[in-house]
Design a binder for this molecule. Sequence first.
Ligand SMILES: Nc1ncnc2c1ncn2[C@@H]1O[C@H](COP(=O)(O)OP(=O)(O)OP(=O)(O)O)[C@@H](O)[C@H]1O
Length: 355
Amino acid sequence: MSIVVEQLARRFSPDGSPAVSEVSFQAPAGAITSLLGPSGAGKSTLLRLIAGLEIPDEGRVLIDGVDCTTMPVQRRGVGVVFQSYALFKHMTVRQNVAFGLEIQRVPKAEREARVEEMLRMVQLEHLGGRYPGQLSGGQRQRVAFARALAIRPRVLLLDEPFGALDTRVREELREWLHALHERTRLTTLLVTHDQQEALEISQHVVVMREGRVAQAGSPAEVYDRPASPFVASFIGGASVLRGHVQAGRAAMGALSVEAPVAAREGESVQAFVRPHDIKLARSLADAASASTALGRVERLKSVGGYVKVFLRLPTGDEVTVEVPRSEFDALGVVEGDSVRADVRSATVFVGDYSI
Ligand SMILES: Nc1ncnc2c1ncn2[C@@H]1O[C@H](COP(=O)(O)OP(=O)(O)OP(=O)(O)O)[C@@H](O)[C@H]1O
């Protein structure tokens, strides 16, 4: 059951900018597709348009080839999970999971069997008699999944489902969702602003910015071949170096990397380089080449298994480098040292952009 949206637009006020504009993409059948973007990019509005909680000003929503643009929510066959658990506090877990089935007038015996099946699926069969207030955040969110899945939806729509949980529970539930999807193969749309989450569990990623699609593709495509400076900087936390095209190369001070084929002499360039793509060498003579420069270590920050090195290049640009701890120990640098940084794997865009 694929989800296709065509030229969707939604404007909340006549004079403001649209929350969603000219959005077209396809969420492939049986896959998890992430809608990824910064706050205010229009992700939730898009999800609500697909769920039927909002009606678009323009465009169409098709689920499994059927035009659902103006169809009421209950008839779309969608299961929705929001960030806030939205469980009924006065109902037990079992009653919460049964809710949609009662609305659908599913006979009692079948309803009870389905609820038990769902509770087993989310591994909460032992907690069916509890109230939401007696559960942890992670457990509550699994009840929300059970309730969404109980109606046997054609597609699953998730709006930041792990957004309110702490990091450890969030990571656990991410794994859990991945395993659940392996079993159900339900077409899933996941709204998130967490690129790690999107890259880890989805097969397709739609990057959004200011109500529009900035890029859509596989996680590898958007990560390895960002279509714009925005995507390059948003995904992977890249540092940016600015310069000009000189002798066919993107030159940033004395440093230069390959320029795009279409680049014209003298044009402005921006080179995006990801923290773990910068290679550091201790010795001044080590690996000196056009794509390397001596940088000053301004600050060091240890983050678990790796160290963040904040480096000031001769161009004045600050770049962040992430070095695995073992490599960092072998490198033996301290704040104030000079190290040679190699930025040859930078992604270069021609032109002046503001991100
Ligand atoms: N009901 C509404 N009325 C007026 N404006 C709205 C409404 N819902 C969303 N907006 C506006 O539309 C834009 C997109 O919001 P939306 O919630 O879709 O973004 P988002 O990418 O999901 O952001 P976040 O991650 O912060 O939830 C924002 O500027 C927001 O203020």
